[in-house]
Design a protein around this ligand. Structure first.
Ligand code: GLN
Length: 193
């Protein structure tokens, strides 16, 4: 099994470290020819979604990633990755992948609460999970078929839609690897494509 990690900007190294600890091979996606390699799943890390979107467009990777996800490639998106994946971003029409039928709000918690740790978040199918939010988005609306996996204070912060798993927080920080394990075991290994 090999997992590609988008490595144009942001917190991709932390995801690689988690995957290596779980004994999983990784591949960095930095340019469009990297997409020619074989891989079984994709991670879109946190960072700055506007920069990531701009780079994906300029590097000619946006359409290919969009198509791979639409064709069933399992993807785990965290924070800025969730923003890139969302169909709609409130108040913005920046370049993004747009395969996940949800609406997100960027920097949704305001300046004061831009970054916070939520110790006892609950994640469906996993249980209590410590959640690290950094200038995080939340999901304001979902379409039919999107499963809500986590909410914090009434806001949706984790969803799954078919082959797409997206969270507003940073599961790669803090040492709890169960969301990555869920992605690898339940979505990548069992992927019928
Ligand atoms: N605030 C960032 C954005 O809007 C996301 C922050 C993060 O990924 N931790 O892109």
């Amino acid at each position: 099994m090999k997992i590609a990690v988008l490595a144009v900007q942001g917190a991709f190294e932390e995801h690689e470290k988690v995957l290596h600890k779980l004994g999983t091979e990784t591949l960095q996606l930095r340019k469009s020819s990297d997409l020619d390699n074989d891989f079984d799943g994709l991670i879109l890390p946190g960072g700055e979604s506007t920069v990531q979107g701009k780079l994906l467009q300029e590097l000619g990777m946006m359409a290919a990633i969009h198509d791979r996800i639409m064709n069933g490639l399992p993807v785990l998106a965290t924070c800025a990755g969730l923003i890139l994946l969302a169909e709609k971003i409130i108040g913005e029409d920046a370049h993004h992948i747009g395969t996940l039928p949800v609406t997100v709000k960027r920097n949704a918690y305001g300046r004061q609460l831009g970054s916070f740790h939520y110790e006892s978040g609950f994640f469906q199918g996993i249980g209590t999970f410590p959640m690290e939010f950094i200038r995080a988005p939340y999901i304001e609306n979902i379409s039919d078929g999107v499963e809500i996996l986590a909410t914090v204070e009434g806001h949706i912060v984790g969803v799954q839609y078919q082959n797409q798993l997206a969270v507003a927080f940073h599961p790669e920080l803090g040492g709890d690897r169960r969301i990555h394990m869920y992605f690898l075991e339940q979505m990548v290994t069992k992927n019928p494509c």
